[in-house]
Design a protein around this ligand. Sequence first.
Ligand SMILES: [Zn+2]
Ligand SMILES: [Zn+2]
Length: 136
Amino acid sequence: MNQTEIRTVCTACAADLTRQDRYRDHDGQYFCLPCHRARLGASAEGPFKEALRQCVFCETWVARPDCHRNRYGEYVCLECRGSGRRWSRRRIVQRRLRHWFVRCRRVLFVLLASVVGLWVAYVVLGKVIELAIPRR
Ligand SMILES: [Zn+2]
Ligand SMILES: [Zn+2]
């Protein structure tokens, strides 16, 4: 299993945040997003999630000053960056595949269409030849 996954709970309401959106402030304390919003006070009405960034490694929401933007345009929280965390092998493969797939979707579609087209042509031609040259 994923060894790097740590059980995190909200500092304010003790909700389990392992599988839930969580925010970490610069002191390293975790909060669920509703508690974080409540802590910000009434002024936090409106698009408050837009002000946050989600770390690509630990998926924690952090304030923009508490994270770093890598060369892929992805945000990495300072804690993950500090620990020199890298993509796991599986995620590297997944990510490459996804990037590649998005880029080549058109090509793949054309390729698939031509394979199907060729196969149909082969079957149809086979029938036509069969009809044209009756077996004895
Ligand atoms: Zn909470
Ligand atoms: Zn992180």
